[in-house]
Design a protein around this ligand. Structure first.
Ligand SMILES: C[S@@+](CC[C@H](N)C(=O)[O-])C[C@H]1O[C@@H](n2cnc3c(N)ncnc32)[C@H](O)[C@@H]1O
Length: 452
């Protein structure tokens, strides 16, 4: 049996062709057919960089800073890699072989959050898995239609026949029967003696009156489905069609804002702790939505007050959430449009959470300028969003989200750290750092307004 455990090389103070460019490497193991992608921590951190290699395997190594790509055996690659990048490795030493589990241990205390390597096992496709992917929309569409018709709420109190449900929601009876049967086949409903009901496990998740409900997020997915339907045309033409630029009605907007709460709530406390907000006195939450982050920041920073800035219809939702969280007295509200209005001044911490992806780079520079003006000298900005690797393929969720922005916005995208840093710097921010790398739109970038 060949030993499949990785060996580890530690490069001390390894410099890349571009100082802060992380390095991706993909190894293909002919012995176990597995492809593993290792993510090299940023060289700028001047910390030892860990790089997993498979001995005697073919190793494709590319520095995405300069796009350089080679297919080499790892140990031979070492000098060649260095030469090709015209950099000197001061020391390279072999370590005893760790197990895979050691390599992927997420809690190594000598790793900063931002240094943590990600190892991703590549999917191996076959005919069936490709076809399953192609048909994946079917189950998704069945669920989305059910939530649009609020089927789960209607069947949560009392079991009903398809005829009753069809009458209640004013739909075609035969079609409703098919829908309910398919939902039952998917274990989202139960069917006994011709009547359907929502099982308790699904009730909490998909009925409108439960606070744990993911219904708003599912409704938001139903909303964006309509734009995703045009993806092929958008890719052909580069433009969204006029039928796509439909404005959200009140119900869609409420679903969207509550969807933001549903997504954020389970992780918001940990996220805000990871932000290390310090002891700000006045926090500005730009595009605060349901104010989930404002609430968590106020809980984390007991001495702080906050200003919630959002579009007029959203402010009412935020106010309700803040009252429910018991922090309303510490919050001021400013309704406005961050593309055209200036932001309220005098803050020492600003938050831009899940905002920059909806904007083009130009719009972001404009927004960063407005935020700089709203901050006192030395004030800080924290951005929470996807931060893409230079090749824009990781995090995976960020690459997929870029498509969501392609079909739903004029110029939105998911950005690399370098792009974010350039835009912040051109808006007058300094000391721009990425302090967290995350898979789930939970990367963090911090910047400071100079003290003048
Ligand atoms: C994706 S949500 C993020 C909400 C919140 N920051 C969070 O992370 O949970 C985007 C928010 O930005 C707000 N927004 C979008 N465009 C805006 C604009 N032009 N001016 C003010 N707020 C805007 C939306 O109303 C929404 O609340």
């Amino acid at each position: 049996m060949p030993d499949e455990r990785p060996s580890v090389l530690i490069f001390q103070d390894l410099r890349f062709c571009q100082e802060s460019a992380p390095l991706w490497s993909t190894q293909f193991s002919p012995t176990n057919g597995m492809e593993t992608t290792g993510y090299m921590p940023q060289a700028a951190s001047k910390r030892p960089a860990l790089f997993t290699v498979y001995e005697q395997d073919i190793c494709r190594t590319n520095c995405l800073g300069c796009g350089h790509l080679q297919a080499l055996t790892v140990l031979e690659a070492l000098p060649e890699f260095c030469e090709s990048h015209d950099r000197r490795i001061d020391r390279a030493r072999r370590l005893p072989r760790p197990t895979n589990a050691d390599m992927l241990r997420p809690d190594r205390d000598d790793w900063k959050e931002s240094d943590r390597p990600m190892a991703i096992e590549r999917k191996r496709w076959d005919a069936l898995s490709i076809l399953n992917l192609a048909r994946g929309f079917q189950e998704s569409r069945i669920l989305l239609t059910a939530v649009e018709l609020d089927v789960f709420s209607r069947l949560s109190e009392k079991a009903k026949s398809a005829t009753d449900v069809a009458r209640q929601v004013r739909t075609n009876e035969r079609a409703m029967t098919k829908l309910l049967d398919a939902l039952t086949a998917m274990d989202l409903l139960t069917k006994r003696q011709g009547v359907y009901s929502t099982p308790a496990s699904v009730r909490a998740l998909l009925t409108s009156d439960s606070r744990q409900s993911v219904l708003p997020m599912a409704l938001h997915s139903a909303f964006v489905w309509r734009s995703w339907d045009h993806l092929t045309d958008v890719v052909r033409t580069g433009k969204r069609s006029s039928t796509q630029t439909r404005q959200r009605d009140k119900k869609d907007l409420e679903s969207f804002i509550h969807a933001m709460r549903v997504i954020a709530s389970p992780r918001v406390v940990a996220q805000v702790k990871a932000m290390r907000p310090g002891k700000p006195k006045r926090i500005l939450d730009v595009g605060a939505g349901p104010a989930t982050y404002t609430i968590a920041l106020l809980n984390e920073c007991p001495g702080a007050r906050a200003t919630v800035f959002d579009l007029p219809p959203v402010i009412a939702i935020a106010r309700k959430e803040l009252r429910q969280a018991g922090v309303l007295s510490r919050v001021s509200f400013v309704a406005g449009d961050f593309y055209t209005d200036s932001l309220p001044e005098g803050h020492d911490l600003a938050l831009l959470s899940a905002i920059i992806h909806q904007n083009s780079r130009k719009e972001n520079v404009e927004l960063y300028r407005r935020i700089r003006d709203a901050l006192v000298p030395g004030g800080r900005l924290i951005i929470r969003d996807h931060v893409m690797d230079p090749a824009r393929i990781r995090p995976r969720a960020g690459a997929l989200f870029a498509i969501n922005m392609l079909v739903n916005t004029e110029g939105g995208d998911t950005y690399t750290f370098r792009e974010i840093r350039e835009d912040l710097e051109s808006a007058g921010f300094s000391t721009v750092r990425q302090t967290r790398k995350g898979e789930m739109m939970d990367s963090l970038v911090k910047a400071r307004k100079p003290k003048e």
